[in-house]
Design a binder for this molecule. Structure first.
Ligand code: AP5
Ligand code: MG
Ligand code: ZN
Length: 211
């Protein structure tokens, strides 16, 4: 299965990706997570990306595309992969067309006006990246790995506003791009996390026989 998870910031891409990876055993590749890991390690890519991430802007396409192209060549991607947060504009989608044949683009559809509360209330595990929300968070430690729970630096009201603007301008057109290619399936991302996952499973079980 080679799939792309499409969705606005806070749509639940990371949340669903963790569950998909567990159930189907496919590799989860999040460009946002790769940038954050590089940032933590102080690599040149991390330092370059930081300037863009802090402003809620996209990291330049050439940097992002090269990272994805290199990652997809690794042996664990041979049987399939799931991209989360890539592609994010038409230029990246065209680059991906040249890198691989995607089986499905799963769009997590949400009401954009509900995302500010989701993102400013999000907390993430510093170690494994699992997402939580302050409204349901029960402990200061990650339930999956015991790691420390922190707030992402780009989850401030100001930066979330900018990220949503970038999504509307640059990423939303990909719904049309993939719909025209006959690759798009949408799930209702406004339901509870478990109900969204049930919809995701229906779609993935539908394609896994032929992908
Ligand atoms: P990235 O890390 O990809 O962030 P994003 O796209 O803004 O998406 P998020 O991770 O914020 O949201 P999500 O959809 O994963 O939601 P989550 O599951 O956590 O990118 C960050 C930055 O890196 C970019 O701004 C850019 O600068 C750079 N970058 C990354 N990729 C790039 C690329 N391809 N090109 C250029 N630059 C790139 O859920 C959010 C919250 O909601 C959580 O609290 C969660 O618990 C809760 N939640 C989830 N689902 C539900 C639900 N169904 N109901 C209620 N609450 C829910
Ligand atoms: Mg994410
Ligand atoms: Zn964790």
């Amino acid at each position: 299965m080679k799939i792309v998870l499409l969705g606005a910031p806070g749509a639940g891409k990371g949340t669903q990706a963790t569950r998909i990876a567990e159930k189907y055993g496919i590799v989860h590749i999040s460009t946002g997570d790769i940038f954050r890991k590089n940032l933590k390690e102080g690599t040149p890519v991390g330092l370059k990306a930081k300037a863009y991430i802090d402003k809620g802007q996209l990291v330049p396409d050439e940097v992002t595309c090269e990272i994805v192209e290199t990652r997809l060549k690794e042996s664990d991607c041979e049987k399939g992969f799931m991209l989360d947060g890539f592609p994010r504009n038409v230029m990246q989608a065209e680059a991906l067309d040249k890198m691989s044949d995607i089986d499905l683009v799963l769009n997590i559809a949400v009401d954009l006006d509900k995302l500010m509360a989701r993102l400013t209330g999000r907390r993430v595990c510093k170690e494994c990246g699992e997402s939580y929300h302050i409204s349901t968070l029960q402990s200061a430690k990650c339930a999956k790995c015991g790691g420390e729970i922190i707030q992402r630096a780009d989850d401030t009201e100001e930066t979330v506003g900018k990220r949503l603007g970038v999504y509307t301008e640059q990423t939303q057109p990909l719904i049309d791009y993939y719909s025209k290619k006959g690759l798009l399936k949408s799930v209702d991302g406004m339901k509870d996390i478990d109900d969204v996952f049930a919809e995701v499973v229906k779609v993935l079980d539908g394609i896994s026989g032929r992908a």
